[in-house]
Design a protein around this ligand. Structure first.
Ligand SMILES: Cc1cc2nc3c(=O)[nH]c(=O)nc-3n(C[C@H](O)[C@H](O)[C@H](O)COP(=O)(O)OP(=O)(O)OC[C@H]3O[C@@H](n4cnc5c(N)ncnc54)[C@H](O)[C@@H]3O)c2cc1C
Length: 250
């Protein structure tokens, strides 16, 4: 799979360790049985909270190897102290809307007699390369393979993607294999950022694959790719609704 970053095509290897060696003034990148010769490598290695010098060691709570204290992600409270943590500095969900949500929780709780535990939003992470890459809800490797069903579609033949000349990518949707409740999704898709939002909102509302298949899907749209992944998924669910899956009794 290749992605387009600022008009240039880059090979994409997700979650695979790559070996990089110099070769004739260029760089040979090898991951598994794939290998490519490139001029430059963009390595996204993550970021580290800057907590040195904050004096966290004086709080009297255990710090992990990054120097970060244990905190409750639902109240943002550090241990049982009147101390609250929020944003990228937690070293966890380092994205803007999560930092904002954590700030709200921490700010609210900082002025309460007893901290309140809040539900966290469905995880949503989007990479704005072309096609977009997104992970929603639980990632595949966080789920129990015995308890999930996977719906999958490749976007090569999708009508709208063909019209746009962007018919590359794949959508994978994960659900509880007993009742079809949506748990997560991973996708590489044109307009993937929009699909990812639809999926995150659906997961957060506790919807099932059947609930989604009862929604309207316009033709020709990229959402039809999601519809195809959902059709692939629905046949793998144990508890099936009566009658046509798209219809809901009045
Ligand atoms: C290149 C890049 C691209 C990004 N793209 C996206 C994106 O597309 N979507 C998305 O959702 N998120 C994105 N993010 C992440 C997003 O910017 C952060 O999640 C968000 O800014 C976190 O807010 P924050 O208030 O926790 O931390 P910050 O915005 O980092 O603010 C922390 C502040 O604390 C200051 N500070 C640090 N150490 C100390 C100290 N010891 N004492 C006093 N002050 C200190 C810093 O100078 C800074 O002003 C991106 C981040 C980067 C770096």
């Amino acid at each position: 799979m290749a992605v387009d970053i600022l008009g240039k095509e880059f090979p994409l290897w997700l979650g695979q360790a790559a070996d990089i060696q110099e070769e004739d003034g260029r760089l040979r990148v090898t991951a598994g049985d794939q290998s490519v010769l490139v001029e430059r490598v963009l390595a996204a290695m993550g970021r580290r909270p800057n907590v040195d010098g904050l004096g966290l060691e004086t709080l009297g709570v255990d710090l992990d190897e990054r120097g970060l204290p244990v905190f409750d992600p639902h109240s943002m409270q550090v241990g049982d102290l009147p101390v609250f943590i929020a944003g990228d500095v937690t070293g966890e969900r380092a994205i803007l809307h999560e930092a904002g949500a954590e700030g709200r929780i921490a700010g609210f709780n900082a002025v309460q007699a007893k901290p309140v535990a809040f539900k966290r939003q469905t995880p949503l992470a989007i990479n704005f390369c072309d096609p977009n890459i997104a992970v929603v809800g639980s990632a595949w490797n966080e789920l129990d393979p015995e308890r999930i069903a996977i719906g999958e579609v490749k976007l090569g033949p999708l009508g709208r993607a063909l019209i746009m000349g962007k018919n590359k990518g794949m959508i994978r949707v994960y659900a509880d294999k007993e009742d079809g409740r949506l748990l997560g999704a991973s996708l590489i898709a044109p307009k993937g950022e929009n699909l990812a939002h639809l999926l995150a909102w659906s997961i957060q509302r506790g919807l099932t694959v059947f609930d989604l298949l009862r929604m309207p899907f316009y033709h020709p749209s990229i959402e039809e790719g999601l519809q195809a992944a959902l059709y692939d998924l629905r046949g793998k669910i144990a508890r099936q609704p009566e009658g046509p899956v798209e219809l809901e009794r009045r």
